[in-house]
Design a protein around this ligand. Structure first.
Ligand code: HEC
Ligand code: HEC
Ligand code: HEC
Ligand code: HEC
Ligand code: HEC
Ligand code: HEC
Ligand code: HEC
Ligand code: HEC
Ligand code: HEC
Ligand code: HEC
Length: 328
C-alpha cells in the first residue's frame, strides 16, 4: 500500500507540473489561449483513471494499480479476465460498488471481502459467485455439508493468486482440502494409499466438493459407482458374487489410506471374520483341519485370500465348489 501513497504523491507532483506548464504556456502564448487550453484538456484526459485489466475496473485500479499489488492484476490472465466475454465480472461485481471505500479507503473496507479472515459472512460471499455459477456442478451446493458449515467458495478457490487456483490443480488440491481435513491428511500418507500425493488421483475424483445427491459428497450416487469409475472390472458381472462387494466397497477398504496392504481396513483373517464365523470353516480344506489348538487353526487360516483368490466375484461357470466359494 506504500505505493498508493507514492502514487498520490506522484499525482500531486504531476498536477502541480501541469499547473506550472499551464501558467508557463499561458504566459508564453498569450495570444492563443485556446491551444494551451486544449493541451490541458488532453493532459487531464490522459490522467483520468483508465481500465487496466477488466472492463470498468478503473474505479479501483486508479489506486490498486500494478505497482500496488501485481498479484491482483493476474486475474486478467484467468477466465475472469476474458474481456470479450460479456459475462466477465469486474472488480465491483465481486467486491461491490464500495463507495465508502473508494472515497475513504483507510476508513472503510470494501462491501464484500474474500479470503481467510474476511468479515463478510460466508453466505454472502458464496452468493456473489453463485450469481454466475449456480446450477450444473453446484446443483446440490445449498444442501451440502460445506455450505451448512460456512465453508464458502473462496475457502477453496483463489481468483487472483497469479492465475493459480490451487484447488483445481491436481498436485496441490489435497493441500487445500487437508488444511481442514486433518484425518485424511494423515491417511493419504499411510503405506497403502491412492496415489494422491503424486497428483495421479485427487480428492475430487471421488468427491464433488460442491455437494452431491449421494452421501458424503461423493462424485457418483453410491460408493461403488464412484469406485467403478476407475475399477470397472470389479463391477462384474460375475456368476458368483460376494455379497459385501456388491453392497459397498468401503466395508473392506478405506479409500483414503490404511496400514494394511490393498487399502484394507483390517488384515485377513480378521477382516473376513467380522462376518464369517472363525471356527466353522466348512468342508475338507486341508489346512483347516483340526490340528490342535485354536491358535494354530487361526495361523493356518490366516491367508484366507490365498485360497479365496476371487474375492470380488468369480466367473467359474458350472463349478460351484470353486466358483461359488470364490476360489477361481
Ligand atoms: C483512493 C484509493 C483507493 C480506491 C479508489 C480503492 N481502494 Fe481499495 N484500498 C485502498 C487502500 C489505501 C487500502 C488499504 C486500506 C488499509 O490497509 O487500511 C485498500 C484496501 C483494499 C482491500 C483490502 C481489504 C480491505 O477491505 O481492507 C480491498 C479488497 C480493496 N481495497 C478493493 C478495492 C476495490 C474493489 C476498489 C474499487 C471498488 C477499491 N479497492 C478502490 C485504496 C483504494
Ligand atoms: C459476473 C459473473 C461471474 C462472477 C460473479 C463470478 N464468476 Fe467465475 N466465471 C465467470 C465466467 C464467465 C467464467 C468463464 C466460464 C467459462 O469459460 O465457461 C468463470 C470461470 C470460473 C472458474 C473456472 C475457471 C477456469 O479456468 O476454468 C472458476 C473456478 C470460477 N469462475 C470461480 C468463481 C468464484 C470463486 C467466484 C466468486 C468469488 C466467481 N467465479 C464469480 C463469471 C463469473
Ligand atoms: C471444498 C472446496 C471447494 C469449494 C467450497 C468450492 N469449490 Fe469450486 N471447485 C473445487 C474443486 C476441487 C474444483 C475442480 C473440480 C474438478 O476438477 O473436478 C472446483 C471447480 C469449480 C469450477 C470450475 C469447474 C466447474 O464446475 O464449472 C467452478 C466454476 C467452481 N468450482 C465454482 C465454485 C463456486 C461458485 C463455489 C461456491 C458456491 C465453489 N466453487 C466452492 C473445490 C471447491
Ligand atoms: C471473481 C470475483 C473477483 C473479482 C472479479 C475481483 N476480485 Fe478481488 N478478490 C476476490 C477474492 C475471492 C479474493 C480473495 C483472495 C483470492 O481469491 O485471491 C480477493 C482479494 C482481493 C484483494 C485483497 C488481497 C489481500 O491480500 O487481501 C484486493 C485488494 C482485491 N481483491 C482487489 C480487486 C481488484 C482491484 C479487482 C479488479 C481488478 C478485483 N479484486 C476483482 C474476488 C474477486
Ligand atoms: C475451510 C475448511 C474446509 C476445506 C478447505 C474443505 N473442507 Fe470439506 N468439510 C469442511 C467442514 C467444516 C465439513 C463438515 C463437517 C465434517 O463433516 O467434517 C466438511 C465436510 C466434507 C465432507 C463430508 C461431507 C458429508 O456429507 O459428510 C467431504 C467428503 C469433504 N468435506 C471433502 C472435501 C474436499 C474434497 C475438499 C477439497 C476439495 C474439502 N473438503 C475442503 C471443511 C472444509
Ligand atoms: C478413491 C476415492 C476417494 C478419494 C480419492 C478420496 N475420498 Fe474421501 N471418501 C471416499 C468414500 C468412499 C467416502 C465414504 C466412506 C464411507 O462411507 O465409509 C469418503 C469420505 C470422506 C469424508 C467423510 C468421512 C470422514 O471420514 O470424515 C471426508 C471428510 C473425505 N472423504 C475427505 C476426503 C479428502 C480431503 C480427500 C483428498 C485428500 C479424499 N476424501 C479423497 C472416497 C474417496
Ligand atoms: C480416479 C480413479 C480412481 C478411483 C475413482 C478409485 N481408484 Fe482405486 N486406484 C486408482 C489408482 C490409480 C490406483 C493405483 C494403482 C497402482 O498403483 O497400480 C488405485 C488403487 C486401488 C487399490 C489398491 C491399493 C494398493 O495398496 O495397492 C484399492 C484397494 C483401490 N484402489 C480401491 C478403490 C476403492 C474402494 C475406490 C472407491 C471408493 C477406488 N479405488 C476409486 C484409481 C482410482
Ligand atoms: C469383502 C471384502 C472386500 C470388499 C467388500 C471389496 N474388496 Fe477389494 N479387496 C479385498 C481384498 C481381501 C483384497 C486383496 C486381494 C489379494 O490380496 O489378493 C482386495 C483388493 C482390491 C484391489 C487391489 C487388487 C486388485 O484386485 O486389483 C482393488 C483395486 C479393489 N480391491 C477394489 C475394490 C472395489 C472397487 C470394491 C467395491 C466394488 C471392493 N474392492 C470391495 C476385499 C474386498
Ligand atoms: C461385511 C461382511 C463380510 C466380509 C467382511 C466378508 N464376507 Fe464373505 N460373505 C459375506 C456374505 C453376506 C456372504 C454370502 C453368504 C451367503 O450367501 O450365505 C459371503 C460369502 C462368502 C463366500 C462364499 C460362500 C458361499 O458358500 O457362497 C466366501 C468363500 C467368502 N464369503 C469369503 C470371504 C473372505 C475370504 C473374506 C475376507 C477376505 C470375506 N468373505 C469377507 C459377508 C462378508
Ligand atoms: C487352504 C485353503 C483355504 C483357506 C486358507 C481358507 N479357505 Fe475357506 N474354503 C476353502 C475351500 C476348499 C472351501 C470349500 C469347501 C467345500 O465346499 O466343501 C472353502 C469354503 C469357505 C466358505 C464357504 C463355506 C462355509 O464354510 O460357509 C467360507 C465362508 C470360507 N471358506 C471362508 C474362509 C475364511 C474367512 C478364511 C480365512 C479365515 C478361509 N476361508 C480360509 C479353502 C480355504
Amino acid at each position: 500500500m506504500k505505493l498508493i501513497r507514492g502514487n498520490t504523491l506522484a499525482a500531486v507532483i504531476l498536477g502541480s507540473l501541469s499547473l506550472l506548464s499551464f501558467v508557463v504556456g499561458f504566459s508564453a502564448n498569450a495570444e492563443q489561449p485556446t491551444i494551451s487550453g486544449q493541451q490541458i484538456k488532453a493532459e487531464q484526459i490522459s490522467q483520468a483513471p483508465q481500465d487496466q485489466v477488466l472492463k470498468g475496473d478503473a474505479v479501483c485500479t486508479d489506486c490498486h494499480d500494478k505497482k500496488d499489488d501485481p498479484k491482483i492484476f493476474t486475474i486478467g490472465k484467468t477466465k475472469h479476465g476474458t474481456r470479450a466475454d460479456g459475462r466477465t465480472p469486474t472488480c465491483t461485481t465481486c467486491h461491490g460498488e464500495s463507495d465508502a471505500h473508494v472515497k475513504k479507503p483507510r476508513r472503510a473496507g470494501v462491501d464484500r471481502k474474500f479470503g481467510k479472515g474476511a468479515q463478510t459472512p460466508a453466505k454472502v460471499r458464496s452468493e456473489t459467485c453463485l450469481g454466475c455459477h449456480a446450477g450444473a456442478e453446484r446443483m446440490f451446493w445449498s444442501s451440502g455439508k460445506h455450505e451448512s458449515q460456512d465453508v464458502s467458495c473462496d475457502s477453496c478457490h483463489q481468483v487472483h493468486n497469479n492465475g493459480h487456483d490451487k484447488v483445481r490443480e491436481k498436485k496441490t488440491q489435497a493441500d487445500v482440502c487437508t488444511s481442514c481435513h486433518k484425518k485424511q491428511r494423515i491417511q493419504m500418507h499411510k503405506p497403502s494409499r491412492h496415489p494422491i500425493v503424486e497428483g495421479k488421483v485427487t480428492c475430487s475424483d471421488c468427491h464433488n466438493p460442491h455437494g452431491s445427491a449421494g452421501a458424503t459428497n461423493l462424485a457418483r450416487d453410491t460408493v461403488n459407482d464412484t469406485c467403478y469409475k476407475c475399477h470397472a472390472e470389479k463391477r462384474g458381472p460375475f456368476i458368483w458374487n460376494h455379497q459385501p462387494v456388491t453392497e459397498n466397497c468401503s466395508l473392506c477398504h478405506d479409500p483414503h489410506g490404511t496400514t494394511n496392504a490393498n487399502l484394507l481396513k483390517l488384515r485377513s483373517p480378521f477382516l473376513c471374520q467380522q462376518c464369517h464365523e472363525p471356527n466353522s470353516h466348512r468342508g475338507d480344506a486341508p489346512i483347516m483341519a483340526e490340528v490342535g489348538q485354536y491358535s494354530t487353526r487361526i495361523l493356518f487360516a490366516r491367508g484366507c485370500v490365498n485360497c479365496h483368490t476371487t474375492i470380488h466375484g468369480s466367473n467359474n461357470p458350472a463349478d460351484d465348489t470353486h466358483g461359488r466359494t470364490l476360489r477361481h
